[in-house]
Ligand binder design. Structure first.
Ligand code: SAH
Length: 613
C-alpha cells in the first residue's frame, strides 16, 4: 500500500487489542507496537512509557492506529501535533472493534481514507466527522490531490466553513482537469466560470484553480483559496556550464514577473544538446520535476515569437526555450526572457498545457466484485475500490457496490457492450497517473475485464511496470451458484461460456463435446439471451449424447442478489426452465445426485470406505 499515511504504526496495550490490530500488519503493512507486558507474535515491543515511545517514533510514521480510548489518545498526541498539513493521520479503533474513528488529519493526512479502509477490513463502522463527508462532497483541501495539484495560499478554514454551511461557492478554474466537477452530488454548492457582472448571485467564498499566483487581501470581502495544477512547462536555453543558481533565479524571477506559481511548474524542457547540462539537471532533481529534451529536428519548425538567427546558426533551430515550451505545453504564456551572470546566460519561456502533469505513477486495480451482495466481495477488493481515484465499470455492477463510494470519487459507468471503451479509458487515466479500479462482477479474470485490460496494455507495448497493475480476485458465478446448490463442483469441473459473440460456435461445440465426454461437471456461463436461444438447445443435445436425461442440473439466477432464484431440474427438462443472461447453469457429472434441495457430486470418500469394508 502506498498512501499518505504510510509508513503506518498500530499501537495496542492489551492482548485483545493487539490481536485485533494484528491483521493490519499484513494487509496494510503496519508495524504493530505493544508494551513488554503483552505477548504478541508479529509485534514489536517498546519499553518505557507509551508517551515516551510515541514521542520517539512520532516523526517516523505518517499514520497511527490506536486501540485506546479517545481521551487517552488525545492526551498522548496533543503535545506532538503541529499543523494539519504536516501531522500524521491518527485513527482510533474502539475496544470492541465495531467503530473506527478518524481523529486527526482526516483530509491531508489521509486519516478519513485510512478509517474507511480499516472499517472495511474489520467489518466496522467508520466514523468520519468532517463536514464535507456528510455533504457527500470532496473536501476542498483535497480536491486536487489525485491530479497532483498544489495547494496555494488562502483561507482554507473559512472556505471550508462556507461549504459546510451549504452556502454558494464560486469556482474559477483556469487550468487542470474538470473531471471532479462532473462527479458532484446534485445539491453541491459550487458555481463554475465567470459570472455575469449584472447577476444577483453573490458567492460567500471563491476557489481559484489556476497556475496564476494570486495575493488575497487578508480582510477581503469573501474568503478565497487557490489550487495550482501543474500545467507550466518551462523551456530553457542556456550557455554551457551555467550554474544551477542562475537557472533557478531566472525561473523564479520569470514566474514572479508574470504572476505564476512556481509550484504549478510541471517540468523543464530543452534541446537534447542540453540533456547533460549539470545546472539544469541539478535544478530539476532538486525540485523533483521531470526534465525532457527534444531534438533540433523537432524544434526547428515550431513557430515562435522571438526566433534568433544566432541560435539557428549555432544549434540548428531558431529557438530553444520558446519552441521547447510550446512543444511541451502548447499555449505560450511567457515569451523568451533573458538572464545573465558571470557563469553564463539563460533564456526562459513558459507555456501552459491543457492537461496537468500528475506526479504519481498510475495504477490499475482489476477488481472482482463477487456475485452481487457486498458481503461476498473480499475485503481486499473493497479496499481497492475505496482507495481508487476513479472507478470504471458496467452500470449495474457499479450500483451494486455504490455503498463503497467515497465523496469526490470519480465513477464512470458504461453500458454492457462497452468493454473496449472501459479498458481504453482506464488505461488512459492510469497512464496519466491516477489510481483506477476497473470492476467486473464475479472474478475479473473469468470472462471479465482483467484479460482485456492486460491484452490492450500489451498491444500498446506496456513494460509491465507503468502503469502498475494489481488484480483482486472475486467469487465467480460458478462458485456462488455451487454454494447455493450444495456441493456440485466437488470433482473435476469446467466452465464453458455459450456466448458466441467473441468465440466461434464450432469452437464452443468442440469444447462441449470434449468435456461432456470426459465427464466434467460443467458450469455454463452466458447460457441464453433473448435473441440467442439456440446455443443452449444445441449444448443440451450434445450433453444428452453422453449423459442420462436424469442428470441433475442446477439453475441459479442472480445469485446473492435480491432477485435470486434457484431451480433444480435435470438435463431432459432443462430447456423448459426460465434461463437468461443472469443465470449460471450447473450440469452434474455421471455421479452427481440430488438429495432434498441439494446437489452433491461425490469426491469418492465414502466409496473408498465401502471398498475397504
Ligand atoms: N466475471 C464473471 C462472469 C461474467 S460473464 C464471474 O466471474 O462470475 C456473465 C455471466 O456470468 C452471466 O451471463 C451469468 O452466466 C454469470 N453470472 C454473473 N453473475 C451471476 C450471478 N450473480 N448469478 C448467476 N450467474 C451469474
Amino acid at each position: 500500500m502506498d498512501s499518505d499515511f504510510c509508513p503506518l504504526a498500530a499501537i495496542a496495550t492489551t492482548p485483545n487489542s493487539a490481536r485485533m490490530l494484528l491483521p493490519l500488519t499484513r494487509s496494510m503493512g503496519a508495524t504493530l507496537w505493544v508494551p513488554s507486558t503483552v505477548n504478541c507474535d508479529g509485534a514489536q515491543v517498546y519499553s518505557g512509557s507509551l508517551k515516551e515511545h510515541l514521542t520517539a517514533i512520532w516523526s517516523e510514521y505518517r499514520g497511527f492506529i490506536f486501540a485506546l480510548s479517545t481521551g487517552a489518545v488525545v492526551r498522548l498526541i496533543a503535545p506532538l501535533l503541529n499543523d494539519k498539513s504536516l501531522d500524521p493521520a491518527v485513527v482510533i479503533v474502539d475496544p470492541t472493534g465495531k467503530f473506527i474513528i478518524s481523529l486527526c488529519s482526516g483530509h491531508q493526512g489521509g486519516a478519513d481514507l485510512l478509517t474507511s479502509l480499516i472499517a472495511t477490513e474489520l467489518n466496522a463502522t467508520p466514523i468520519l466527522t468532517g463536514a464535507s463527508t456528510s455533504l457527500n462532497l470532496p473536501a476542498i483541501d483535497m480536491l486536487g490531490r489525485p491530479f497532483s495539484w498544489q495547494k496555494g495560499s488562502g483561507d482554507w478554514t473559512r472556505v471550508s466553513a462556507v461549504i459546510a454551511r451549504g452556502e454558494a461557492v464560486e469556482v474559477i478554474q483556469e487550468a487542470g482537469s474538470t473531471l471532479w466537477q462532473q462527479h458532484l452530488p446534485s445539491n453541491h454548492p459550487f458555481s463554475f466560470g465567470f459570472r455575469d457582472p449584472l447577476s444577483l448571485y453573490s458567492p460567500k467564498a471563491r476557489v481559484w484553480i489556476s497556475p496564476t499566483l494570486r495575493h488575497f487581501a487578508p480582510d477581503g470581502e469573501i474568503p478565497k483559496v487557490q489550487w495550482h495544477p501543474r500545467v507550466l512547462w518551462v523551456g530553457i536555453g542556456c550557455s554551457r556550464g551555467t550554474s544551477k543558481n542562475l537557472i533557478q533565479q531566472s525561473i523564479e524571477q520569470t514566474c514572479q514577473r508574470f504572476h505564476l506559481a512556481t509550484v504549478a511548474i510541471a517540468g523543464v524542457v530543452s534541446v537534447d544538446l542540453k540533456a547533460d547540462e549539470v545546472g539544469l539537471v541539478e535544478f530539476c532533481q532538486a525540485l523533483k520535476i521531470p526534465f525532457l529534451t527534444y531534438t533540433v529536428e523537432m524544434l526547428k519548425d515550431i513557430p515562435v515569437p522571438n526566433p534568433s538567427t544566432i541560435v539557428e546558426e549555432e544549434v540548428g533551430t531558431p529557438s530553444v526555450a520558446e519552441a521547447a515550451a510550446i512543444l511541451a505545453g502548447e499555449y505560450l504564456l511567457v515569451p523568451k526572457q533573458i538572464f545573465k551572470d558571470e557563469t553564463g546566460w539563460v533564456t526562459v519561456a513558459i507555456a501552459q498545457a491543457e492537461k496537468e502533469y500528475i506526479k504519481t505513477i498510475g495504477t490499475l486495480y482489476l477488481v472482482g466484485t463477487g456475485p452481487g451482495s457486498l458481503e461476498q466481495m473480499t475485503p481486499a477488493a473493497k479496499r481497492a475500490v475505496i482507495e481508487a481515484d476513479v472507478v470504471i465499470g458496467y452500470k449495474l455492477y457499479l450500483e451494486l457496490i455504490e455503498p463503497l463510494k467515497r465523496p469526490g470519487q470519480i465513477i464512470e459507468s458504461y453500458l454492457i457492450t462497452q468493454e473496449r471503451e472501459r479498458a481504453t479509458r482506464a488505461i488512459e487515466l492510469a497512464q496519466w497517473g491516477l489510481k483506477v479500479a476497473v470492476v467486473s462482477s464475479g472474478d475479473c479474470g473469468i470472462y471479465g475485464m482483467a484479460g482485456l485490460v492486460l491484452e490492450s496494455l500489451q498491444q500498446e507495448g506496456w513494460d509491465g511496470l507503468v502503469p502498475a497493475i494489481e488484480v483482486f480476485p472475486g467469487i465467480s458465478a460458478l462458485q456462488a451458484a455451487a454454494a447455493r446448490l450444495g456441493a456440485p463442483l466437488m470433482h473435476d469441473f469446467c466452465a464453458v461460456s455459450l456466448s458466441d459473440l467473441l468465440t466461434p460456435w464450432p469452437v464452443i461445440e468442440k469444447r462441449l463435446e470434449a468435456v461432456a465426454g470426459a465427464d466434467f461437471v460443467i458450469a455454463l456461463y452466458n447460457p441464453r439471451s433473448q435473441n440467442r436461444r439456440e446455443p443452449l438447445e444445441k449444448a443440451c443435445q450434445i450433453l444428452l449424447k453422453y449423459r442420462d436425461q436424469n442428470t441433475p442440473v442446477g439453475i441459479i439466477k442472480a445469485a446473492y442478489r435480491q432477485e435470486e432464484e434457484i431451480i433444480l431440474t435435470n438435463l431432459g427438462q432443462m430447456l423448459d426452465t426460465p434461463i437468461d443472461m443472469l443465470t449460471t447453469v450447473i450440469i452434474g457429472n455421471q455421479s452427481t445426485r440430488r438429495h432434498q434441495q441439494w446437489l452433491i457430486t461425490p469426491r469418492g470418500y465414502l466409496q473408498q470406505e465401502a471398498k475397504a469394508n
